[in-house]
Write a protein that binds this ligand. Sequence first.
Ligand code: 13P
Length: 213
Amino acid sequence: MPRDHAALRRAVVAAACAMNGLGINQGSSGNVSVRAGKGFLITPTALPCEATTPDDIVAMTLDGGHRGSRRPSSEWRFHRDIYAARPDAGAVVHTHAVHATALACLRKPIPRFHYMVALAGGEDIRCAPYATYGTQELSDHALAALMGRKACLLANHGMIALGADLDAALALAVEVETLAHQYLLALQAGGPKLLTRAQMGEALAKFAHYRPG
Ligand code: 13P
């Protein structure tokens, strides 16, 4: 079996372990993928990152075909569907981060309570309806919740974040978890005052030019 995309395979393993190290995932929950050529590379199912080597990473095509010694993540459908529908997606991470998942269990979106919500691409971060993990139904719900966004919550499950590359997807996942934590605290303290649509619009416009000088 040829082992192509060696550096990308190593980067996928590193990103999967980084999710746990950053405290936004645990055990064999969650999964990571990166676009590679006409397809993508994805973490194998049910294998904790510490036990995963670059050779365990599974190469998939957009028609769902895969090769490698391992079976792909059970969530390969939403990873595949994101790459097929979203040219802006170079990498996708899915985590069961504690606060994002707690909010997802309340089936609550993250509203415009803080301007950093705009980092995910819009004025809120939606929560996709519940569907069994690994199903096409879950993928369909996720894709709808990601419309015009780079992140969403998954009801009673966790979150998805995407980015141009693995670092960007990972950084957004950390941000979503931070926002979920802040929002939960604000809810417990009586509920936040929301920003207006116009205020979020200004933040969105400014983020379009937000980069190191
Ligand atoms: P996999 O181990 O199959 O990637 O599944 C983990 C998960 O989080 C399912 O949603």
